[in-house]
Design a protein around this ligand. Structure first.
Ligand code: AMP
Ligand code: GLY
Length: 428
């Protein structure tokens, strides 16, 4: 009898994890909580839509009930809330960092302290709980800083202010108006860094690591990197920027000292460490850590993994990555996101999605914000789905992924036609 795995989450990232796990010869069944209609349609996957990924008690109960051999946690909230520790208490292995290690994402002020204490390159910052003190500090600065709510704020807690007034408004909104609730009890004013952004992700087992192929994300909604910040509108590999030399530098200056520092503090890091970097004139600097896969980077990276995903995840949990060969396909991969009308600002009523079955076989469609109404897949909001294609060259992968997107339609659909086309031209 093969293994049963529980995947926690319901987005495109988690659909890619389910897809990868179902390709493992060791895995018989994947349970997804809450999952989504795309996962539900995968043979071998069963969704439990009534279980929220944020409900730690419910996820632990489900893992016990289903007697799974591994839990894979997609989003950050349950990791920061200590889901992996709770599962360990009942003897269930889980892929992801402990609550203590996940604080690198859970608290930006904590993360900054850690980086500074370990000599890891990052922008200078100061933290405040009092608005008047923060505003006085703002006045003392020569350049307008980036304003960050300390805690998890669903990707909305960073305000890259253009003017001093905007920065002051952001400080007041966070500390006085309580826009982010408890996540905004503290605010960071951080030096604004300039350069190109690159994310470096690694599987970690507490001491060893395996770096993933670099997938360049596109955070802005509109063509040409215009418009509001989003969770990410598409990603591709290989990146013209994140070459081997750069990755080696980030590994040496960031990944290794971070793993060593955390292990030294008795909270070894297991799971995916995601280092969000800014390539400044003074070298790569950390702008944030995430304690999980990126979305949509995961939809590019997982299809490139040739080694059995279950094997890699268990090796991380058991601390034996050093004896596991993590092999990646020597191919290009492109993923393009289709988002709902109004994303990322407003939500829309459900509309039907057409063309899902017209997508060619050289694409994989990962669902995110979908739901089934009367047997028809509808948009439920946010980022709706992603289309991924792997090919020998980036140009071929881009054409295939964009053709997949063109086959799908729904009212108000948004996507970026420049992903892995214009955006893959070398930007320095
Ligand atoms: P985060 O929510 O931490 O992913 O940050 C969102 C975005 O804000 C990042 O992807 C960057 O584009 C930008 N950002 C964060 N910190 C800085 C910084 N110190 N300087 C410039 N941009 C930043
Ligand atoms: N795509 C960026 C993130 O997952 O944080």
């Amino acid at each position: 009898m093969g293994e049963r795995v529980l995947v926690v989450g319901g987005g495109g990232r988690e659909h890619a994890l389910v897809w990868g796990l179902l390709r493992s010869p060791q895995v018989d069944e994947v349970i997804a909580a809450p999952g989504n209609p795309g996962m539900d349609a995968e043979p071998g996957c069963v969704c439990v839509p009534e279980t929220s990924a944020r409900d730690v008690d419910a996820v632990v109960a489900l893992a016990e009930l289903e007697a799974v051999s591994l839990v894979v946690v997609g989003p950050e909230d349950p990791l920061v809330a200590g889901l992996v520790d709770r599962l360990a208490e009942v003897g269930i292995a889980a892929f992801g960092p402990s609550g203590a290690a996940a604080q690198l994402e859970g608290s930006k002020s904590h993360c900054k302290e850690f980086l500074v204490a370990h000599g890891i390159p990052t922008g200078t910052a100061a933290t405040f709980t009092d608005a008047d003190e923060a505003l006085a500090y703002l006045d003392s600065l020569e350049a307008v800083p980036v304003v960050k709510a300390d805690g998890l704020a669903a990707g909305k807690g960073v305000i890259v202010a253009e003017t001093r007034n905007e920065a002051a408004d952001a400080i007041r909104e966070i500390l006085v108006d309580g826009r982010f609730g408890d996540a905004g009890n503290e605010v960071l004013l951080e030096e604004r860094l300039t350069g190109t952004e690159v994310s470096v992700l690694a599987f970690c087992d507490g001491s060893d690591y395996a770096v993933m192929p670099a997938a360049q994300d596109h955070k802005r909604l509109l063509v040409g990197d215009e418009g509001p910040n989003t969770g990410g509108m598409g990603a591709f590999h290989p990146s013209p920027i994140a070459n081997d030399a750069l990755i080696a530098e980030v590994v040496q200056t960031v990944i290794e000292p971070t793993l060593a520092g955390l292990a030294g503090q008795g909270r070894p890091y297991k799971g995916v460490l995601y280092a969000g970097m800014m390539l400044t004139d003074a070298g790569p600097k950390v702008i944030e850590f995430n304690c999980r896969f990126g979305d949509p980077e995961c939809q590019v990276v997982i299809p490139l993994l040739e080694t059995d995903l279950y094997e890699v995840l268990v090796a991380c949990v058991e601390g034996r990555l050093d004896s596991t060969d993590v092999v990646w396909a020597d191919q290009a991969a492109v993923t393009v996101v289709m988002a709902s009308d109004g994303y990322p600002v407003s939500s829309t009523p459900p509309v039907p999605i057409s063309g899902l079955h017209d997508v060619a076989d050289d694409c994989v469609v990962f669902h995110a914000g979908t739901k089934v109404i009367d047997d028809v897949v509808h948009v439920s909001g946010g980022r709706v789905l992603t289309v991924t294609s792997l090919k020998a060259t980036l140009a071929e992968a881009a054409e295939a992924a964009h053709a997949g997107i063109a086959a799908i339609d729904f009212d108000g659909a948004q996507h970026r036609p420049d992903i892995a086309r214009e955006t893959a031209q070398v930007r320095t």
